[in-house]
Design a protein around this ligand. Structure first.
Ligand SMILES: [Zn+2]
Length: 416
């Protein structure tokens, strides 16, 4: 029962289909969870001075050639048709053949070139640097079918894909900020422990050794200054940048990479990024790539396996109000209405099924709180509260239920 796919099935979160291997079909209950995570992360990113953007999922082959993805990452990319026919329809048939090569598109495996395009859309000044952009980026990577594994390894996923354009002297601060975000976010999901690895220059890479020396030193220095233990992984960096990888373990002790931050001197050079510095001269920024959660689908998979369900603040149904009989239905209805007004994801079970049947079903669906309401509770203005996985129940005033729920909602307010 600890496989995330069987837990997801019991909770009716999502499913997979043979015709779209490695891609998730999110059900209403699953999308509630996905959205709750996005809302939370949006607030965290806002509080750390990132601006949210959105960019196309398909970008032209010429851009991927420039970024080096076409050469280094081509086998992992989904390439999609060309615009030849559209051009003919526009009466530009004579150009169609010559344009066809450049009009090949690839679905983005990451958002870097798109965020570079947003950076370059304006003339930048030192006054606005660092510029921090983030996107819930839909990424496609054509992983071999044998490596696909539920939500843990997919061909399509959403990641909190962020890029910072800053000066070299800002790097320690930005990396420190990233590690703060990791600590804050992982704790909100119940993880106090995570492993940090620093992946160093690979054999096949862009750029001079001098630049790699500076990029690697920035990552290592930041970990040392901030007191984070780390392991070095020689040769494991991306072709354009070394990176810190933050990993969590699942129940089987397998390690999964989640967060990452990369210090990149290469893309700014290739894409000729610049800003006007204080002396009025053009200066090249450093580009930092980061994701705190990484793939949100993988994050949900690990969470389901580690917790055997979802914490109260993320559960698709947080509280189910179950009435024992028709005599208590009015009070059950009133409790339900109050919860809904509080913004709680609540459900009402007021039909004539037995209470034990209701409890069994709700427990199978991993609903964290069941508020049982009978005649006595109706008379006292209370509920009998049952926590998932805990035997027994306790009669509490509505105010106490309210308090328990609002303390968990505070996670969502963490970034305010
Ligand atoms: Zn990137």
């Amino acid at each position: 029962m600890y496989d995330h796919r069987s837990i997801a099935k019991a909770m009716n979160l999502f499913h997979f289909e043979e015709h779209s291997p490695g891609m998730v079909f999110w059900h209403p209950m699953g999308l509630r969870v996905f959205r709750a995570i996005e809302d939370f992360m949006r607030r965290v990113y806002q509080s750390h001075a990132f601006e949210e953007v959105r960019s196309p999922i398909a970008l032209s082959r010429s851009l991927w050639e420039k970024s080096g993805h076409w050469e280094k990452f081509r086998n992992n990319m989904f390439v999609v048709g060309n615009m030849q026919q559209d051009n003919s329809a526009n009466g530009e048939a004579q150009n169609a053949d010559s344009q066809a090569v450049n009009l090949d598109y690839a679905l983005k495996p990451m958002s870097c070139p798109a965020h570079i395009a947003i950076y370059k859309a304006d003339k930048r000044s030192y006054r606005e640097i660092p510029i921090r952009l983030m996107e819930f980026g839909v990424a496609h990577r054509n992983e071999p079918s044998g490596t696909l594994s539920g939500c843990m390894r997919l061909r399509q996923f959403v990641q909190d894909d962020a890029h910072i354009f800053c000066r070299e002297k800002d790097l320690i601060g930005e990396i420190g900020n990233f590690l703060d975000m990791v600590k804050e976010v992982y704790a909100a999901f119940g993880y106090e422990k995570f492993a940090i690895r620093i992946s160093l220059r690979p054999e096949q890479r862009f750029g001079s050794d001098a630049l790699w020396d500076r990029a690697e030193a920035a990552l290592i220095n930041a970990c040392q200054v901030l007191g984070y233990a780390y392991e070095l992984l020689p040769g494991e960096g991306a072709y354009y940048a070394p990176k810190i990888e933050v990993s969590l373990e699942d129940r089987l002790g397998r390690s999964w990479q989640c967060g990452t931050i990369q210090v990149d001197f290469n893309f700014p050079q290739i894409f000729e990024l610049s800003f006007v510095n204080q002396e009025g001269k053009l200066e090249q920024p450093v580009m930092v790539h980061q994701a705190v959660l990484g793939s949100i689908e993988r994050w949900i998979g690990i969470l389901l396996e580690n917790q055997g369900g979802l914490p109260l603040w993320l559960a698709p149904v947080q509280v189910a109000v179950a009435s024992i009989s028709e005599k208590s239905a009015d009070w059950a209805e009133a409790v339900f209405a109050r919860l809904r007004r509080m913004g709680i994801r609540a459900e009402l079970y007021a039909d004539d099924a037995t209470i034990s049947k209701k409890i069994r079903e709700l427990s199978e669906r991993k609903v964290p709180l069941i508020a049982i309401v009978g005649e006595r509770e109706a008379a006292n203005g209370t509920v009998n509260l049952r926590h998932l996985g805990v035997s027994g129940q306790e009669e509490v005033a509505f105010a106490q239920l309210e308090e328990e729920l609002s303390s968990c909602q505070n996670y969502l307010a963490v970034a305010r």
